[in-house]
Ligand binder design. Structure first.
Ligand SMILES: Nc1ncnc2c1ncn2[C@@H]1O[C@H](COP(=O)(O)OP(=O)(O)O)[C@@H](O)[C@H]1O
Ligand SMILES: Cc1ncc(COP(=O)(O)OP(=O)(O)O)c(N)n1
Length: 273
């Protein structure tokens, strides 16, 4: 049986809810063979990030080259990239290996407030990596940082999506988890039209790793040959169910449930409107 392949270039979360661990679990659950290039090791659990250890640049390069020269990939997802040197390296490798289906999750700050991207790296993210992406998946604070303006209303979300699209990326998905109110809207912009996917806000503290899981599900669906729009639907549903059937793990913000899509994905009740 043919298996499609996806590569995640991201940080390790020792607690298993976000980063490389969330990505590989998501790939597996969506039937995609997962590979990884680790950019940083974090000592992290549901209470927060205790320490960050960036991986030497040549070790990141060797991980990427090792999988690229032998195995190849159908999609790439980037997460925590930590500094501008790592971003420049990743951009150069995407160009060198002519990868498409590139999902860039512009990870900046963990939910507990820990910085996962140096401030000096924001320019490299904007000008070197984002233009190579098929889709970027910022949350509201990340979109505010990248565009330089604050975002509260739907019109401001649309304006931010237009601004981010002008950086050269093909599609922008503005995630709505940080918005206000009970109705939660994720917005896709393809350069011409806007598409929204809505859900009720689930009342849980266990949302650690939602952004990583969403972007990894996008990458997995793209790796399987689906369109960006179809991948958006799958990613939204995958993360919604992962939050709805959350796991009671740890004393803080627990991880989402990566089994939920397989276990509950077909029931009407789980469709969550
Ligand atoms: N409480 C919630 N209930 C339902 N969906 C949520 C909730 N929080 C986040 N999501 C969904 O999870 C995904 C990630 O959203 P967001 O929280 O904005 O990103 P991040 O985890 O990067 O901060 C989005 O699809 C969003 O709609
Ligand atoms: C190693 C690592 N990478 C990324 C994140 C951020 O993940 P995210 O999905 O945005 O979830 P929260 O941190 O907001 O819960 C991370 N924490 N660690």
């Amino acid at each position: 049986m043919k298996r499609n392949i996806a590569l995640t270039i991201a940080g390790s979360d020792s607690g298993g809810g976000a980063g490389i661990q969330a990505d590989l679990k998501t790939f597996q659950e969506l039937g995609v063979y997962g590979m990884s290039a680790i950019t940083a090791v974090t000592a992290q659990n549901t209470l927060g990030v205790e320490a960050v250890y960036p991986i030497p640049l040549d070790a990141i390069e060797k991980q990427i080259d090792a999988v690229a020269t032998d195995i190849g990939t159908d999609a790439v997802k980037t997460g925590m990239l930590f500094d501008s040197n790592i971003i420049e390296l990743v951009a150069a490798k995407i160009t060198k290996y002519k990868w498409d289906n590139v999902v860039v999750d512009p990870v900046m700050i963990a939910k507990g407030g820990a910085s996962l991207l140096q401030r000096e790296a924001i320019a490299a993210l904007k000008h070197q990596l984002i233009p190579l992406a098929t889709v970027i998946t910022p949350n509201i604070p990340e979109a505010e940082e990248l565009t330089g303006f604050s975002i509260h209303t739907m019109e401001e979300k649309k304006e931010a999506a237009r601004t981010l699209h002008s950086f050269g990326v093909k599609h922008v998905i503005m995630k709505g988890g940080h918005g206000e109110g009970n109705d939660l809207v994720d917005l896709l912009y393809d350069g011409n039209d806007f598409f929204t996917l809505e859900s009720k806000r689930l009342n849980t503290k266990n949302t650690h790793g939602t952004g990583c899981t969403f972007a990894a599900a996008m990458a997995a669906a793209l790796a399987k040959g689906m369109s960006v729009h179809k991948s958006f639907e799958i990613a939204k549903r995958f993360v919604y169910l992962a939050i709805k059937y959350d796991l009671n793990i740890g004393k803080g913000h627990g991880p989402t449930n990566h089994w939920a899509y397989a276990e509950h994905g077909t029931s009407k009740e789980s469709r969550g409107k």
